[in-house]
Design a protein around this ligand. Sequence first.
Ligand SMILES: *[C@@H]1O[C@H](CO)[C@@H](O)[C@H](O)[C@H]1NC(C)=O
Ligand SMILES: *[C@@H]1O[C@H](CO)[C@@H](O)[C@H](O)[C@H]1NC(C)=O
Ligand SMILES: *[C@@H]1O[C@H](CO)[C@@H](O)[C@H](O)[C@H]1NC(C)=O
Length: 179
Amino acid sequence: MATVQKSVIASFMGTLAAGCLLLIALLVQEGAAVPISSHCRLDKANFQQPYITNRTFMLAKEASLADNNTDVRLIGEKLFHGVHMSEHCYLMKQVLNFTLVEVLLPQSDRFQPYMQEVVPFLDRLSNKLSQCHIQGNDQHIQTNVQKLKDTVKKLGEIGEIKAIGELGLLFMALRNACV
Ligand SMILES: *[C@@H]1O[C@H](CO)[C@@H](O)[C@H](O)[C@H]1NC(C)=O
Ligand SMILES: *[C@@H]1O[C@H](CO)[C@@H](O)[C@H](O)[C@H]1NC(C)=O
Ligand SMILES: *[C@@H]1O[C@H](CO)[C@@H](O)[C@H](O)[C@H]1NC(C)=O
């Protein structure tokens, strides 16, 4: 992990520590057995840009300050439950799409100037994953993603703010799943 990313992450350890460690543990534990579809990949360089990484985490921080619901976590162990490591990038692609379309778009006037910089960045990542598919049945993945969507919808605007507050986790989960 680059020093910059480390320090960015470190400043968030307070609130995000549990989630980060969970994700890392999860991803290490599952190992890499099956080759990932060649389209379900993102270049490491996407996650090594200090400026946009900082903006993403600053946006998450601003939103998490406005999120008073500490009982719910969207991006955590449950999201990956029963999903093979080789399918994690495809799963995160679905989460990224939902976040862009159903969370960031409705909230696009808020949390400036970060929002206007982070949305195009995430949009580019989403486009790079447009050809990412998995073979066979993806029902188990859709079920997990649907639970996340339902949670956000049920919480309404608070759910959207929470999802923005977890953009740091989304960033790390995408990197872990797709690089
Ligand atoms: C982002 O950069 C600003 C200064 O440019 C700094 O004050 C802030 O702590 C950084 N945020 C993170 C999350 O690294
Ligand atoms: C969180 O904030 C919302 C809206 O501002 C408020 O309705 C709710 O009571 C708050 N919940 C807690 C646990 O503070
Ligand atoms: C999200 O998914 C829908 C349906 O698959 C697709 O039409 C849309 O272009 C995607 N949007 C983004 C931002 O990835």
